[in-house]
Ligand binder design. Structure first.
Ligand SMILES: Nc1ncnc2c1ncn2[C@@H]1O[C@H](COP(=O)(O)OP(=O)(O)OP(=O)(O)O)[C@@H](O)[C@H]1O
Length: 230
């Protein structure tokens, strides 16, 4: 479904030296898998997620979505895939302040169709924020706004969800609610989640561990809770 071959991402530093943010990454995500990505700050989790989603270009290597190289696609074709088939949850929610909560959720779809509105309202209900549907996001708490961003990421029923620290602004019970919603999509939707909080990865199918721009190992989530397990 989504594959990366020999990805590297190189930045130059102030002394004109090359710095590898990612080095020789090979990665494969199958349809319906939920994959956690953990590692210390700066290990390359977000860079990898953005390259896999086509939002960032690698210095070397190729990303394939359903066997098509993203690099050789036209800008319009890759943008259409992102709009129709991908859902994004970022660390910052990027809501539009002058739109209502409901319209923020609907920005990625054809807003005039009633079916989308029903889907959006249903998601807001599941997330416990339906009462805010007609209000502007600035009236909400940081965690509630993140939930709006999560509803926006799910409304078009994406084939892949790219989630960069999706629960960072949520308390434990809301983080669990969000991870339960994401996990309920497993099987049909591929879900990639970066996090510092491994406790949210209990329901992942596997976890990739990053260190210094490399994937150093892949484990089951159970190994996060019991290091004697692989
Ligand atoms: N625009 C940039 N210019 C230069 N270096 C960058 C840039 N963006 C990221 N980096 C560097 O690339 C490396 C990987 O960063 P990345 O944000 O992918 O790591 P991360 O594991 O997601 O960290 P965090 O958990 O803090 O979000 C870091 O050393 C970072 O400083």
């Amino acid at each position: 479904m989504l594959e990366a071959r020999e990805l590297s991402l190189i930045y130059g530093n102030e002394r004109n030296e090359e710095y590898y943010a990612l080095r020789d990454i090979n990665f494969l995500a199958d349809r319906g898998e939920m994959i956690g990505m953990i590692g210390p700050s700066g290990s390359g989790k977000s860079s990898l997620l953005y390259i896999l989603s086509g939002l960032k270009k690698p210095t070397a290597g190729t990303v394939y979505y359903q066997d098509h190289s993203i690099e050789v696609m036209s800008f319009n074709d890759s943008a259409a895939i992102r709009r129709k088939e991908y859902g994004f949850i970022f660390q910052r929610h990027f809501l539009i302040d002058y739109l209502t909560v409901l319209d923020n959720v609907l920005v990625v779809v054809n807003q005039s169709q009633k079916a989308w509105r029903n889907t959006a309202i249903n998601l807001l209900e599941i997330l416990g924020i339906a009462d805010f549907a007609d209000q502007k996001p600035h009236k909400m708490s940081v965690g509630q706004r993140q939930k709006v961003a999560i509803a926006r990421a799910l409304v078009n029923k994406p084939k892949i969800i790219f989630a960069d620290e999706p629960t960072a602004s949520l308390d434990h019970s809301n983080a669990r609610l969000v991870m339960d919603i994401l996990a309920s999509l497993k099987g049909q939707t591929t879900i990639l989640v970066t996090t510092h909080d491994y406790s949210i990865l209990e329901q992942a199918d596997r976890v990739i561990h990053m260190w210094d721009g490399r994937i150093i190992k892949t484990t089951l989530p159970s190994s996060l809770f019991d290091p004697t397990k692989k």
